[in-house]
Design a binder for this molecule. Structure first.
Ligand code: ASP
Ligand code: SER
Ligand code: ZN
Length: 587
C-alpha cells in the first residue's frame, strides 16, 4: 500500500462531469493553464496538511487525531470537488496536451468522492478514519480474557505457524470478529461515497475507480478478464495440488476432495498468500535448502537493518540513498505502548524528499519481501518528484504496487550469496522448490476479489475466483470483508491483481536490459546500472503520460501481458500438471 494524499489519476473521454455546459466561447487556453496551476498549488498545500494529520492519526490512534485527520481530509475533498466542478468550464476547448490531461486527472482524482453537503462530507470523512482506526486497534481475547489479547500480528503468526485446525479456526474467527461492528458504518459510507460520485457525474464510486485506466471502463474490465483467463490455468493447477496436500495433512473431513479449500488452512488470514504452508506442499526432496527467516534471526538482523538491505538493492541499481529524514521519521517497529495502523505503507509527505515507511516489521522472510515492496513505492515517489503535482503518481495504480515486487524478484539465492546471507547457491535441483515458494505467494494472490461487497456476496466471489470457503458457517450478522484492511481503509484493490502480472513483465524487461539470457527465475539485476536506468525512465514519467507509454518506456511493450509470469513459472507448471494427473482440478 502507499499513501496518496492527492488521490490521483486519469484519462478517458472527457465530459464525465456532464453537469456544466462547455463555455468554450468565453474561456481561453491561457485561462485554463492559469486555473490548473492555481488548483495544483492549493491542492498541494491541502494534501500536505492531510498527509501530516493522517500520519499522526495512523501512528497515534486516538479520537482527537482521528478528528484532525478527518477534518484535513474533508478540506482536501471539498477543494478537489470544487476545482473539478469549475474545470468543466474548459470542456470542449482546444488545449495543450499537458493542460488537458491535468484537467481530466483533476476530475477523476478522488478515491473518496463525497457529497457537496458539508455535514455529509464531514460524516463520510469521519467514517473512513474511524473504520481504519478500529481496524488498527482490532484485537481478540481468547476466552474473553483481557490478559491474553492478541492483535493481528499475533493472530497472523498463529495462521502462519500452527498446524492445529482448532487453533487455526479460533484465530481466524477471533480476527473476523473485529468487523461486524463496522458493518453499519460501512453501509453508510458506501451510500455517501456513491452519492458523492453521482454528483460528479459517475454511476457510483466503483465506476469512478474504474474510469482511471486511460481507457473506457468497460474496455478496462475486458482487459482484466483477459489477463485472468491467461493466468487461470496456473492458479487452478496450484490450487488442486495444494488442496490435495492439505487433505493428506488434515484429513478428508476437513478438506474436501473437489470443493473449495477452507480459508483458515492456507497460512494467511485472508488466504491470499500461501508461502507459510510451503513445508506442507513442497515438492519432495525440495524442502528449501535454506530458510531466510531463520538466517535473519540467527544473524540478529534488526528492523532497520532489514530496511537498509532493501535500500542497498535500490542504490545498487543507481538510485540515490534515502534521505536522512526517512530514517528519523519512519515507523519500523510496533510500539509497545499504543495502537497504530500496522498495515505497511509508504508515504511521501511533501511531494519532494520527505519519504517515510510505516510498518510493524517482524524479522521474517515475508516482511523482508514486503520491505522491498514498500521501498518500491518510496523510490517511485522520489523519481517522479520533479513532475507537476497532478502528475505525481504512478502510471496507473497497479504500477505503484508492482515496482518494489519486480525488484524483489531479484532476491534469488545467487543474490543472497552475493550479499553474504547464504553460503552456497543450491543447484538447479533447488529450482522447483524456489518456484513453488514464490508461486504460493504470487500465484495464490491472483484471484483478486473485489472487496467492497457484503458477506454473502463476498464469499460467493471468493468461492468463484479463489476456490476458498469460510471454515465455519457465516451469516449476515458477520462482516468478513471488513476484516481486510483495504476494505476498512477504502483502498481500491484491482491494483494488486494488475501488479502481480505487471511485476513479472517489468522484471523480464530489466533482465533483458541487463543482458541476461538464462531462465527468468534465476535472474537478478542486483548491481546492474543499465537495468536501473531503464526502470528510472518509467518511474520519473509518473502519471504525465497514459500508462501504455510508461510501460513501453521500460518494456518496449504497450499491453499488459501475463506471458512473462507464465514463462517464469513454466517449470513449476509442468511439475504441477504431472502431480495433478488423476486429481480433479477446480471446485
Ligand atoms: N504493501 C502491502 C499492501 O500493499 C502491505 C502488506 O502486504 O502488508 O497492502
Ligand atoms: N499488500 C497487499 C495486501 O496486503 C497486497 O499483498 O493485501
Ligand atoms: Zn503497496
Amino acid at each position: 500500500m502507499f499513501a496518496l494524499m492527492l488521490a490521483a489519476v486519469l484519462s478517458f473521454p472527457a465530459t464525465v462531469l456532464g453537469q456544466a455546459k462547455p463555455t468554450a466561447k468565453t474561456a481561453t487556453a491561457a485561462q485554463a493553464r492559469a486555473f490548473i496551476e492555481k488548483a495544483e498549488k492549493r491542492l498541494k498545500e491541502l494534501s500536505i496538511q492531510y498527509a501530516q494529520a493522517d500520519w499522526v492519526s495512523q501512528n497515534f490512534i486516538t479520537d482527537d487525531t482521528a478528528a484532525l485527520s478527518a477534518d484535513a481530509n474533508k478540506n482536501l475533498i471539498a477543494a478537489t470537488t470544487e476545482f473539478a466542478t469549475q474545470a468543466t468550464r474548459f470542456d470542449g476547448l482546444k488545449l495543450p496536451a499537458d493542460v488537458a490531461r491535468k484537467l481530466l486527472l483533476l476530475k477523476l482524482s478522488l478515491t473518496l468522492p463525497a457529497p457537496k453537503n458539508d455535514a455529509e462530507r464531514s460524516e463520510l470523512a469521519n467514517l473512513v478514519v474511524s473504520m481504519q482506526g478500529d481496524y488498527g486497534k482490532g484485537k481478540y481475547c481468547p476466552d474473553g480474557d483481557q490478559n491474553k489479547r492478541l492483535d493481528l500480528g499475533a493472530l497472523s503468526r498463529i495462521l502462519a505457524e500452527s498446524r492445529d485446525p482448532k487453533q487455526l479456526l479460533d484465530a481466524w474467527r477471533g480476527w473476523h470478529a473485529i468487523a461486524p461492528p463496522m458493518r453499519q458504518r460501512y453501509t453508510r459510507f458506501v451510500e455517501l461515497a456513491n452519492k458523492g460520485a453521482r454528483e460528479l457525474g459517475f454511476a457510483d464510486s466503483g465506476a469512478m475507480w474504474r474510469a482511471k485506466y486511460d481507457m473506457p471502463p468497460d474496455a478496462f474490465a475486458r482487459e482484466v478478464d483477459r489477463l485472468w483467463l491467461q493466468v487461470k490455468p496456473l492458479y487452478d493447477a496450484l490450487h488442486a495440488h495444494v488442496r490435495a496436500k492439505l487433505r493428506e495433512k488434515y484429513g478428508a473431513d476437513v478438506v474436501p476432495e473437489n470443493g473449495p479449500i477452507p480459508a483458515h488452512l492456507l497460512g494467511n488470514m485472508w488466504a491470499q498468500q500461501w508461502g507459510n504452508i510451503y513445508p506442507l506442499v513442497s515438492p519432495p526432496e525440495q524442502e528449501k535448502t535454506f530458510d531466510l527467516t531463520e538466517i535473519l534471526k540467527a544473524r540478529k538482523t534488526d528492523e532497520k537493518e532489514m530496511v537498509r538491505i532493501g535500500e542497498r538493492f535500490f542504490t545498487s541499481l543507481g538510485f540515490a540513498p534515502l534521505p536522512q529524514t526517512f530514517w528519523e521519521r519512519s515507523l519500523f517497529a510496533k510500539p509497545r505502548d499504543r495502537d497504530v495502523v500496522c498495515h505497511a505503507s509508504a508515504w511521501s509527505i511533501d511531494f519532494k524528499e520527505d519519504l517515510r515507511l510505516k510498518m510493524c516489521i517482524e524479522i521474517t522472510e515475508e516482511d523482508f519481501q514486503t520491505i522491498h515492496h514498500e521501498l518500491g513505492h518510496n523510490f517511485y515517489q522520489r523519481a517522479y518528484n520533479k513532475q507537476p503535482v497532478l502528475f505525481q503518481d504512478s502510471a496507473n495504480d497497479g504500477f505503484h504496487e508492482a515496482v518494489g515486487d519486480s525488484v524483489a524478484l531479484s532476491i534469488t539465492p545467487e543474490y543472497l550469496k552475493q550479499i553474504g546471507l547464504i553460503e552456497k547457491v543450491p543447484g538447479v535441483e533447488g529450482d522447483l522448490g524456489y518456484l513453488m515458494k514464490i508461486a504460493l505467494d504470487k500465484v495464490a494472490f491472483l484471484p483478486e476479489v473485489r472487496p467492497a461487497e457484503y458477506n454473502k456476496a463476498w464469499w460467493e466471489l471468493r468461492k468463484k475466483y479463489q476456490g476458498v470457503a469460510p471454515p465455519v458457517a457465516r451469516s449476515e450478522a458477520e462482516f468478513d470483508p471488513g476484516a481486510k484492511y483495504h476494505v476498512a481503509a477504502n483502498v481500491p484493490y484491482t491494483r494488486y491483481f494488475l501488479a502481480h502480472i505487471l511485476q513479472f513483465q517489468m522484471f523480464r524487461a530489466m533482465c533483458r536490459e541487463a543482458g541476461y539470457t538464462g531462465p527468468l527465475h534465476r535472474c537478478t539485476i542486483y548491481n546492474n546500472k543499465a537495468a536501473g536506468a531503464k526502470l528510472n525512465k518509467m518511474l520519473e514519467m509518473g502519471l504525465s503520460r497514459p500508462w501504455p507509454e510508461a510501460l513501453e518506456a521500460l518494456t518496449g511493450e504497450k499491453q499488459i501481458d501475463a506471458r512473462a509470469m507464465l514463462d517464469y513459472f513454466a517449470p513449476l507448471k509442468a511439475w504441477l500438471d504431472e502431480q495433478n494427473k488423476g486429481r480433479k482440478v477446480g471446485w
